[in-house]
Design a protein around this ligand. Structure first.
Ligand code: ZN
Length: 412
């Protein structure tokens, strides 16, 4: 259904720059995220939500839609992140194309850039709908201001429609998702939900509850630098050792040659001189066993190379980043099923393709808050071609309302 305040709210939010900064040494990484959270806080106060507070340590703005039934049930939560990706977010000028014809290019402002359905075929699905894009030199900030405006609109709708019966619902507006440091500070107890959903996904129907399991490692290589003229049998070129290590990994298991459920090793950084080299990698796999197997392969190659040198020239530092939330959610399938049933009730075709990445929910799920990810209507995230569709955002609110309703019915 149509939610008349959603678009104005979204347009207001995207004009507020709340980009995070991965190089900052403060938390949340930027003050402008907090400033944006304070704008949301004021809006929630005007709508009359309960228990509105900013948890400074967690960097999270929390609020509650109170229950309107006389029985208890597990508390449901919804989360959206307030920061935006690492791309220009200054002076965003959202541009609205109503009744899109499903085939034309859309010029981004007066820039040289176009949203072209030949390049972005998803656009064709939105014939007759309202497309919101940026103006060519910035993000749209739909990731995740779609989710933020949907949560606020959802609260507004429930408060205005007491005939829709629901339990307590907690809302959380989180920082620093894009730089991966927000969820680690999350305060599950203060948030006060038994299960939750991040609302930060793509087109209607997308439901994310499978993600990669992830590890990262750094390799430090100490060479021996002697004059090249007399190097024979003495020089150990750290760069060459790094190349040899890289060449010992399965050569086709890299991001650019994998898709779907295939995992990879990804060399992200390689710096070196003859004397010393440093390599940084991430490892990804959907299976926890697969992740462990990849980690073990790395360890065994390092060990073999060190053994051949007869000393520890390669120093390995490896750590786990997050795990596939599916492994944990399989113990709480009612959380996934609630979303599935609401999607179905709203006439959506469910798309559960696993995410080739992580979400805040991957960490939160392992912190004791089962947390799949719902669609928010985002398209082409993290760049100038980002757009969203008004009808997708309305649908996201429909789904949340339906989930609130179904959950209360099932808990009677
Ligand atoms: Zn996001």
């Amino acid at each position: 259904m149509e939610y008349p305040n959603l678009l104005p709210r979204f347009l207001k939010y995207v004009k507020i720059n709340s980009r995070s900064d991965e190089h900052a040494d403060r938390f949340p990484s930027t003050q402008r995220e907090v400033d944006f959270q304070m704008v949301i806080k004021k809006d929630l106060e005007e709508l009359g939500l309960s228990d509105i507070h900013y948890n400074e340590k967690a960097g999270v703005l929390i609020a509650e839609i109170p229950s309107n039934v006389d029985y208890d049930m597990p508390v449901m939560g919804f989360l959206a992140h307030c920061d935006t990706a690492d791309f220009n977010s200054e002076n965003i000028k959202p541009q609205i194309t109503e009744n899109y014809d499903g085939e034309s290019k859309i010029q981004l402002g007066d820039s040289e850039f176009y949203l072209d359905p030949a390049v972005f075929p998803n656009m064709k699905k939105y014939k007759g709908q309202t497309i919101i894009s940026a103006s060519g030199d910035t993000l749209l900030d739909g990731d995740d201001k779609c989710g933020v405006s949907e949560l606020v609109t959802f609260a507004e709708y429930l408060l205005a429609h007491p005939e829709i019966k629901h339990g307590r619902i907690r809302l959380g507006f989180t920082p620093d998702e894009e730089i991966g440091t927000g969820a680690g500070h999350f305060d599950v107890e203060d948030f006060g939900a038994d299960f939750a959903y991040t609302v930060d996904g793509e087109a209607p129907g997308k439901l994310d509850w499978g993600t990669f399991s992830a590890a990262q490692f750094g390799l430090d290589i100490q060479g021996v630098n002697v004059h090249p003229a007399v190097a024979k049998g003495q020089m150990i070129n750290a760069i060459q050792v790094g190349i040899n290590f890289q060449n010992s990994l399965p050569q086709n298991e890299v991001p650019e040659q994998t898709e779907g459920r295939e995992g990879f090793y990804h060399l992200m950084n390689f710096q070196g001189t003859v004397d010393n080299a440093h390599l940084d990698y991430i490892i990804r796999d959907f299976e926890r066993d697969g992740l462990e197997a990849r980690k073990n392969l790395v360890k065994s190659i390092v060990k073999k190379m060190n053994d051949e040198f007869g000393e520890e020239r390669l120093k390995l530092k490896m750590w786990d980043q997050y795990y596939n939330m599916a492994d944990e959610l399989k113990k709480h399938m009612e959380v996934v099923d609630l979303a599935r049933d609401a999607y179905k009730a709203e006439g959506l075709t469910i798309n559960e393709d696993p995410v080739r990445g992580g979400t805040d929910g991957s960490q939160l799920t392992y912190m004791g808050l089962p947390c799949p990810n719902l669609f928010a209507g985002e398209e082409n995230m993290h760049g100038r071609f980002e757009y969203t569709v008004l009808e997708s955002m309305w649908k996201a609110v429909d789904v949340m309302v339906k989930m609130a309703e179904l959950h209360a019915e099932r808990s009677k």
